[in-house]
Design a protein around this ligand. Structure first.
Ligand code: NDP
Length: 410
């Protein structure tokens, strides 16, 4: 038994707690720790209410400031956690990683570290933070799996699978993320607004012909005809996984496309042009200091509150082009997730579901030894098959479309 410490108590943590509970025969005791202990208690209550625990076992809530390395180490010690699933805000990544390295616990996260005061950093992003601790992980024999959500995460495994099993040469990977769901609010983000907006306020950096190319957000549009969700407009977007994939896979072009409706773009553009998305403090006429982005976050709906009314589906996948046996080949490896189904199963919306389930799959593969690599790794550096097979069993099945042919991953 490994015992798991979950850090954070947002929508993704809710999914992670339920999925750990559903697999507590392999994962052991479950501890949920966050800044606001009330939210942890609500997650524990929800797991008990839905009777998610597979076998009788411990699930407990704890108050923790995860920026405090000593406090995090102490909690890892008290709970005897051997695996830490960090699904707190990405500002805490580096301190939680330190606590893991110093205690020997395995580390998993789903997003790249961010500095609260830097909104637009230069690629390579992982090299600015996490990868600086690579040698320390190796020395300490600590398994640290970076970006094990859906994107980054599952899409990295799709890319590796394509390179290994479906192509002799891959020319391009286009990662496409479309949420065709509807939450019924005037405007809301699907996860922390602060993090969500940061993704789109900076420059868009993508890997094209083995070089970083820069664009503005909403400058390059591409429409796709996707399985289940149909015709979908998307825009070229910068994303964590482009960086790690460009380092680890020999693929000349890797891009990321995020689906946006006109309404989102209009509201976003107004907020941005008014300066309301700035992370830099300003003073009001009364001398009060405020951070505009924090104010916007405070007035928007809490992403986890969207879950009960969310309907529709998400389609996220990798369109891979290249050559196999001397012939051009094109496949789309993807998953369809359903918001309502996610809510019924674990009380969260589909975006939290697609991010949380893979992190638990990674924990289970560390527990079984298959991914217990005793060093730091991005998902594409690990064998994709056990991960994708397990995801198929615990709620995120993979499908592959090639021409007219569309079937589950064999
Ligand atoms: P939320 O903002 O809902 O939750 C974040 C949680 O972290 C909150 O409970 C917050 O506490 C807690 N937290 C923040 N600072 C601290 C701190 N110093 N100490 C302890 N706890 C803290 O986010 P989500 O659940 O939506 O997302 C969680 C993570 O998953 C994010 O990193 C996000 O980027 C990532 N993600 C990844 C995806 C993927 O596919 N790879 C997709 C979606 C999300 P409090 O309640 O007090 O504010």
């Amino acid at each position: 038994k490994k015992n798991v410490l979950i850090i954070g108590a947002g929508g993704v943590a809710q999914v992670v707690a339920h999925k750990c509970a559903q697999n507590n025969d392999v994962l052991g005791d479950i501890h949920v720790a966050s800044r606001t202990v009330e939210k942890c208690r609500e997650i524990v209550a929800s797991v008990q209410e839905k009777k998610s625990l597979k076998v009788k076992g411990v699930i407990e809530a704890h108050a923790l400031d995860a920026m405090d390395v000593a406090a995090t180490k102490a909690l890892i010690g008290r709970t005897d956690a051997r695996i830490v699933i960090n699904v707190g805000s990405p500002f805490v990544n580096m301190s939680v990683l330190s606590a893991c390295i110093e205690t020997g616990a395995a580390y998993i996260d789903t997003a790249i570290h961010e500095d609260p005061l830097k909104i637009c950093e230069n690629a390579p992003w992982y090299a600015n933070y996490e990868w600086k601790r690579q040698e320390d992980c190796k020395k300490a024999g600590v398994t640290a799996i970076l970006g094990a959500g859906f994107d980054p995460g599952v899409v990295n495994a799709y890319a590796k699978l394509a390179v290994d099993d479906y192509f002799d040469r891959v020319d391009s990977i286009d990662i496409i993320d479309v949420n065709a769901g509807s939450h019924g609010r005037y405007f809301a983000t699907n996860f922390d607004p602060e993090i969500n907006f940061r993704e789109f306020t900076g420059r868009v950096m993508t890997w094209q012909d083995r070089e970083w190319k820069t664009n503005k957000m909403f400058e390059v549009r591409q429409d796709w005809d996707l399985p289940v969700v149909g015709k979908s407009p998307t825009y070229l977007t910068g994303h964590d996984e482009i960086h790690s994939l460009s380092r680890h896979l020999d693929v000349p072009t890797i891009r990321f496309w995020m689906g946006f409706g006109d309404h989102y773009i209009n509201v976003f553009t107004v907020l941005k042009n008014l300066g309301l998305l700035s992370e830099q403090p300003i003073k009001t006429a009364e001398g009060q200091e405020v951070v505009p982005l924090k104010v916007v976050k405070a007035v928007l709906p809490d992403p986890s509150s969207l879950a009960p009314d969310y309907t529709g589906k998400t389609c996220i996948g990798d369109l891979v082009k290249g050559v196999k046996d001397g012939k051009q080949r094109e496949i789309f490896i993807y998953n369809i997730a359903d918001h309502k189904q996610a809510y019924e199963e674990v009380g969260s919306q589909g975006i939290s579901y697609t991010a949380g389930v893979p992190a638990v799959a990674a924990a289970m593969l560390i527990a079984s030894g298959e991914w217990d690599v005793k060093t730091m790794a991005n998902v594409e550096e690990l064998p994709p098959r056990p991960f994708l097979d397990l995801l198929g069993r615990i709620g995120l099945p993979t499908r592959i479309r090639e021409g007219e042919n569309d079937q589950p991953l064999a």
